[in-house]
Write a protein that binds this ligand. Structure first.
Ligand code: PMP
Length: 420
């Protein structure tokens, strides 16, 4: 049995926030795009990776590559230790009680599908209702829709107001004796709205309804404490928090995870296999069939270590100032309308410009070296709610600066000139 619980995190930097120093940690930020300095404002899609993370992945492949959990040889032991250490880093980061509550997945999407398939298939019956909100990412709509189709259950939607906030009173009205599950986004990727998830969870728990939080945009912008929130499940992706793509995690309460059937069958998730019957491994391995993304998990652990050492509070403060500054700057642009004006908001700025399609905005900004996202952001029902096909979205990370926002704003002004 490997005991990695006692290992302490390596210190990357002091808890002192210096954006220029942080930028030096991200090699890609030195890149030129169309001969301009890269201004990367597409962080809600994916964040850039610090050298610390890149080096940890490199170190894994150059010094310890081997399969985990099954080998008695030295490399396998080292790789297992590093992989399990990443699990502990996640556990500490979100303040879970035990490391067996952290299941590695490919990301948020797989984590939600795991719960919908495993918990959902076992517990949702004909006539039951599942509540989501109008601002969900497709990853938190389609898995529930598939389940509802299979079980003849019903999906109920929490409406939102024109500012892009959930209407809590309407949520309360939706909850009834048929409600068997609630799955909501913590921070909206399209609007930046921070939802009152603690209030939702408190309310749901009065009726013993479990709540899953889509934390894809939360863990990188907020201090997420699963014990304090008392959420039943939390899903997130590594690549949105400066880690690699293809890795993420599902947190779940032990009693729920224990009672859930496996999601996938294969190696590592079993205790004993015969042709007649198979017994399953203990948590979390029951849900980790097959060889996982070992390097990815180690990379995610490193990303969490990096973020922890910068200090999530420092990151929040910096991103809040960027959001305030950018909101003020773009508000002065004639014909620009911000989509999503919630009181509680994290580093996302979505907008539309009169008579200019977001794709044209994105293309012209690209010539200025500015990377933003344009489109429906995998939230088509939300676009329908605002009666728009798409938005332009700038989203911020710890390495962005006010000077970069100025480049964005100047780029927008140029775009308006071009389109007359
Ligand atoms: N939910 C939200 C709120 C997201 O922003 C995203 C990614 N854009 C997802 C879910 C899906 O994440 P992934 O593609 O990493 O599984």
């Amino acid at each position: 049995m490997i005991n990695t619980e006692t290992e302490t995190a390596v210190t990357v930097s002091k808890k002192y926030f210096d954006v220029n120093k942080i930028r030096e940690d991200f090699p890609i930020l030195r890149k030129k795009v169309h001969n301009k300095n890269l201004v990367y404002l597409d962080n809600a899609a994916t964040t850039q990776k610090p050298e610390f993370v890149i080096n940890k992945i490199n170190e894994y492949y150059t010094t310890m590559n081997s399969n985990i959990h099954r080998g008695v040889h030295a490399l396998s032991q080292t790789a297992t230790e590093a992989y399990e250490r990443a699990r502990i880093q996640i556990k500490q980061f979100i303040n879970a009680l035990g490391k067996n509550q952290i299941i590695f997945t490919r990301g948020t999407t797989e984590a939600i599908n795991l719960v919908a398939s495993s918990y959902g298939r076992a517990n949702i019956k004909e006539g039951d209702e599942i509540i989501i909100s109008h601002m969900e990412h497709h990853s938190n709509i389609v898995p529930w829709q598939l389940l509802c189709k299979e079980k003849n259950a019903k999906l109920r939607i929490i409406p939102i107001n024109d500012n892009g906030e959930l209407i809590f009173k309407e949520f309360e009205k939706l909850v009834n004796e048929k409600t068997k599950f609630i799955s909501v986004v913590y921070v909206s990727n399209s609007l930046g709205t921070i939802n009152p998830v603690k209030r939702i969870i408190n309310y749901a728990h009065q009726f013993n309804i479990p709540v899953l939080l889509d934390g894809a945009q939360a863990v990188n912008h907020l201090k997420v404490d699963v014990q304090d929130l008392d959420c039943d499940f939390l899903a997130f992706s590594g690549h949105k928090i400066y880690g690699p793509t293809g890795i993420g995690a599902l947190y779940g309460k032990v009693e729920l995870l224990d009672a859930m059937p496996p999601y996938m069958g294969g190696g590592d998730m079993i205790s004993k296999v015969t042709f007649e019957e198979t017994t399953y491994n203990e948590l979390p391995h029951k849900f980790e069939a097959g060889t996982p993304d070992i390097a990815g998990a180690i990379g995610l652990g490193a990303a969490i270590e990096y973020v922890s050492n910068i200090g999530i509070e420092n990151i929040i403060e910096h991103e809040t100032s960027l959001l305030e500054y950018s909101t003020k700057q773009v508000s002065e642009i004639p014909g620009l309308k911000i989509i999503g004006d919630a009181k509680e908001k994290a580093g996302v700025l979505s907008f539309v410009l009169e008579n200019i399609h977001p794709h044209d905005i994105g293309t012209l900004l690209d010539f200025e070296g500015v990377a933003i996202r344009t489109g429906h952001h995998c939230t088509q029902p939300l676009m329908q709610r605002f009666n728009i096909p798409a938005t332009s979205r700038a989203s911020f990370a710890m390495y962005n600066t006010k000077e970069e926002i100025d480049v964005l704003v100047n780029g927008l002004k140029k775009t308006i000139k071009v389109f007359g």
